[in-house]
Every structure is written in structure tokens, then in C-alpha cells.
Design a binder for this molecule. Sequence first.
Ligand SMILES: [Zn+2]
Length: 399
Amino acid sequence: MSLNLHDSPWREEIGRLDQIILEMFPETEQRRVEWLNITGLVLPHPIPTYLIPSNAEEISERLQKLQKLLIDMGFLYLARQLTIFGRSFIELRIIPDFLVKKSRETSKERWMKFGLFVATLLSLLWVGWLNGQMYAKITGKMDTLNLVVLSLSYAVGLLLAVGVHEMGHMLLALRHGHPPNYPIFIPLPFGFGTLGAVIMQKEPFKDRNELFDISISGPLLGLIPSVIFTIIGLFLSPSIDKSLLPSPPLGTWEFLQQYQIPLFEGFSRIIKPDLSASETILLHPLALAGYIGLLVTALNLVPVGQLDGGHVARSLVKTEQQHRFITYMAALILIFLGFWFFAIIILYLYMRTGHPGPLDDVTKLTPTRQVIGALVVGLWFLLLPIPTGVLNQLSLLLQ
Ligand SMILES: [Zn+2]
């Protein structure tokens, strides 16, 4: 065993930590100091590394205790499971937290994000106006007040669905001790009026539980306004004769005719049970916002790379290889459903960075989180946009 820290500017603190670690993990077989070589983390000094003959089950509880201790002292740890000559080891590395903690958002960044938020609100109002016009024309209420209400229903509905999703990520990140980091909204003056929003996670996730919490909270919270607006919107939507719809369908309607979301279909069948074969539901802009909110949730939950669903998958599976396999399978499902462009972009991003995993990649998810994770996989299939013909054939088969 050897530990030589004469190069390190934090050798005194690490000396103290060394004692604590040897007391907590008396079975430690090797202590050394080495340069870190993990994707996404390049540190300017060699760091202490411990090799502990153990496995995840035996060590998880002690690691969680160590995490609390280290945080108070301004340190973090990295943990990976290794197999050397058939024996299980935990490789534990101690790093000063300032090396991975990033500076807080500058006010310039915040203003830029606010500007994009306003631009997104405007583009949503514009797209809401276009959709509202078509809706108003068919229902015969073209007055300006009605158009403003329709446009606002769409814009505010969708902005809330996307905003609550991002707020979910932010709140859980704050709870886990990360500094506030606001989302970047992406405006789009056509299509749905936005490409959603993203939060650039600046600091690495401490462990699987944190990775799970921060990633899952967005889709789960965002689902609430989406479901509420779907239900209210469907009650507001009239049934009309199919011949009244513009042909060919315009904008959002073209997409709606191509894809059905099982959960949305379920709600429309419950709320509009006696629709005749020649009729269709003329979706109120609020119902449209609900539909797109569900779609955004489904696309975020795809277990690919570093999307929300990819993070959740990474926290559930054992190794990075398993995560890679799931990523490729999920991308195939996306391509099969016709979202090949989306699949290519996220695969490209994934191949550049992979998924480095949380700092502590050893501690298992708590059982409650594992159950929630399994339920979310089921939820994903309820939200997945399915080409229209396919869903109809499936429901015929089930009858
Ligand atoms: Zn998200």
C-alpha cells in the first residue's frame, strides 16, 4: 500500500480523509495516487485511489455515509465496480468538489435564456393563432376575441406543459444541492411553435439515485399539465363531420392524422364515446397543447443516450454496455415509428460523449425508485406516438 500526495495542493485534507476511509473500509487492499481518466472529467492533479475488495451490495450503505461526510468537507468521490482476476473490487477515488462544481449562471446567460423564453411564447402565440383560425373557421366563430382566447389556450397550455417539465428537473437538482440552472426554451415559428426546452446539466450527477431523481422528475411533472389540458381540451372539442376538415390537413393537423398516442386515444374514446364513422373530433387548441405535451413527454422518455429516459435507463442498468444496448434498441424503435431524423440526432450526440454515468456508479437505486422506473417503462409505451393505421389494427386485434 502506498499513498504519496506531495504534489497535491489539498494533501492535508486528503491525509485526514485517508484515515476516515481506512476506518470505514478496513478491508482496503491498495492505496495509490493517480491521474484520473474518465470521460468528461479531466483533473489537474493526481488523486487518491483506493481498491476495496467488495461488491455493490456490501458497500452501498457505507458509501452513502461517506458521501455525507465528504460533502461537508468539500470533497466528492468516484466509485466504479471492477473485476480483477475474477474478484470484485470497488475502485474509490476522492476528488475536491470545486474541480467538478461549475460556476453559477451569469446574469448575461439568464437574460439570454429569458429572451429565448419570450421568443418561444411569441412563436407559440403565432402557431396558436394559425390553429385557432382553422378551428374558428370550422366552428363559425371568427371574432377577434375568440381567436385571441384560442391562441392563448394553445400557447399558455404548451408553455406550461414544457415549463412544468423543466421546473421538475430544476427543483430536484436544487434539492440535491446543485445551483439553480434555468432551462433554454427553443422557439420555432412553424410546426408546433417550439422544439421544447433543455437544461444543460453543468455538474456531474453524484450517484444513481440523484441521476434518477433529477431525470425522471421532468417527464413525470410535465405529464400532469399535459393530461389536464388533454381532458379539458377534449371536453371543449366538438364532434364534426370529417368532410369539414381542410384537405390536405394543415400544420399540426397533418401530424395528428399520422400519429396516435394511446393515452390520448383512450381519453378521446372515454370523453367522446359515440362518435360515428363519418365524424371526427375537432381538437380545441388546448387539447392540441395537451397532445403535444404528451408527445414531448414520450420523446423525452426514450431511453436513449443522455435524454431524460436515457439517464433513467443508465441509473437502472448495471453497466455502460447494457445502457448502450438499450440506446441502440430504442433508436431502432424510433426509426421504425418514423422518427428517424430525431433518432439520428440523438445517436450522433450519444456517440460523441457516451454516458459517463454518475460519480458513484456502484450504489444501487433504492427499491422504491426501481419500482417507479419499471412503471415509467410501461408509461412510455402508453405515450409513444404510433402510426395511425398500426394502432387501429392493434385495437381490432384486441377486440
Ligand atoms: Zn427533461
